[in-house]
Design a binder for this molecule. Structure first.
Ligand code: SF4
Ligand code: SF4
Length: 428
């Protein structure tokens, strides 16, 4: 085991727990690892509200449009359902977690194929029961499926032969499943612009490593390579996205809610992310995870090779969807070569504390990988000379007290970027 990985595990669980949790045996990555995907199908079905009956029909239709569950699950398969349960805990109406009613519809459909269904994510467990706050605890009891916090099952070391990572620790529960069903939420992300099917698998590694990678791979390009490395080692067989009420602006925790009224499904999470990018007015290949996965044959990112079934993409497009500040960089990348270097410093996005909203809860201080945050007099303060702009604090603050901020110049370029993206999506 490399020193770095050991350190990550110590961060996560401490030396005493480490041997208990880590199975050193080498595990083969998923059987899909070597399959180069060239074509994909993504279904889009409209559903307007978190009404269980409507969502059940929409999910069923969406899955049938891409070939049906029988293509993915054999009777009795061990099925693991990876939800997005971003910490800290929040109720579903905040739009931060996969909605439990959406998950319920998927779970009940899965149960018609297999009784061996487990649902979960890796969540912080200090104090309150996060699954009760989101409603997942109650929903899973109602449906009769096992709900797990991934850290309780431990992690196994897996080779991933990635761009940065050659080994990674993945949830034992997820790796032991025959089938992984991925249920991301359609949201923006302050570092990667969008969070979707590929990024949702980041939650299958220990939280200590997640924090460490945020600190080590600060640039969106590098962090996206790490996400791609992880995705190469744990690919879901089916991704169904909750796009009923999405998050726009400064996601994944502090953005605004936007009703898009769609459920998307695909066996290819990369293709699904590509369709979502186009839907919200972005060029799919501008999203690094989509581009890197496409380049490595982990999925299809080129819309020319993706068949969209069900609702037409143009009919669900949202060209005025608000992208996060980091989307400025997408526009900069298309600028003449000298410009990016010249302006990148001025355009970099920095976290700012809104003092009146800060409760002094210290969640940001705990998660900051650079030790840049201190809390005094019930207000968080950020030391800019230590800050590496990873935006973990923005993700962690449940009171919307930390917001990404750009300079005036950054704002101008960002608005220009929105304008250009709008023109692109209108002409597509
Ligand atoms: S900024 Fe947010 S996370 Fe940090 S102490 Fe204040 S309320 Fe808590
Ligand atoms: S202050 Fe926030 S953005 Fe800066 S390093 Fe800490 S967590 Fe990352």
């Amino acid at each position: 085991m490399g020193k770095g990985l050991k350190y990550g595990l110590y961060c996560y669980c401490g030396r005493e727990m480490m041997d208990k949790l880590v199975d050193r045996q080498e595990r083969e990555p998923t059987s899909l690892k070597d399959a180069k995907l060239r074509n994909a199908t993504v279904s889009i079905v409209r559903v307007h509200d978190y009404d269980y009956a409507q969502i059940y029909e929409a999910v069923k239709e969406g899955v049938e449009l891409i070939g049906g569950l029988e293509r993915v699950i054999r009777p009795g398969s061990r099925v693991f359902v990876k939800i997005n349960h971003l910490p800290p805990p929040s109720p579903p109406e905040k739009g931060i977690v996969t909605h439990p009613v959406f998950a319920e519809a998927v779970l009940r459909l899965l149960k018609t194929f297999s009784d061996n269904v487990t649902v979960g994510d890796d969540i912080a467990s200090d104090g309150a029961d996060g699954f009760s706050i989101s409603g997942f605890r109650q929903m899973c009891a109602r449906v009769g499926v096992r709900l797990v916090n991934l850290r309780e099952g431990g992690f196994v070391e897996v080779e991933c032969n990635g761009h940065f990572l050659d080994k990674i620790y993945l949830s034992r529960i997820a790796m032991d499943a025959d089938v992984i069903i991925n249920l991301p939420k359609l949201k923006t992300h302050s570092l990667t612009v969008l969070t979707g099917g590929v990024k949702n698998m980041y939650g299958t590694i220990p939280s200590g490593l997640r924090t460490r990678f945020h600190g080590e791979y600060v640039k969106s390009e590098d962090f996206s390579q790490v996400l791609t490395d992880i995705f190469s080692a744990i690919r879901p067989q089916l991704t169904i996205m909750d796009g009923i009420v999405a998050m726009e602006g400064e996601g994944p925790a502090s953005g605004g809610l936007r009703r898009l009224g769609v459920v998307l499904a695909s066996q290819d999470a990369v293709a699904l992310d590509a369709v979502v990018a186009r839907m919200v007015g972005l060029n799919p290949m501008d999203i690094y995870t989509t581009r890197y996965c496409d380049e490595r044959g982990l999925g299809v990112g080129n819309l020319d090779n993706i068949k969209v079934v069900g609702e037409r993409l143009e009919r669900v497009a949202v060209p005025d969807f608000r992208t996060p500040a980091s989307a400025t960089n997408l526009f900069i990348r298309r600028a003449p070569g000298f410009l990016p270097r010249l302006v990148t410093r001025q355009l970099s996005i920095r976290p700012r504390v809104i003092g009146r909203q800060c409760t002094g809860c210290r969640e940001c201080e705990k998660i900051c990988p650079a030790g840049a945050i201190s809390v005094a007099s019930k207000t968080a303060r950020i030391n800019p000379s230590l800050c590496i702009q990873c935006m973990c604090c923005h993700e962690a603050c449940r009171f919307n007290a930390i917001v990404p901020r750009r300079s005036v110049m950054g704002m101008v370029v960002h608005l220009l970027g929105i304008f250009v993206n709008k023109l692109r999506s209108l002409s597509a």
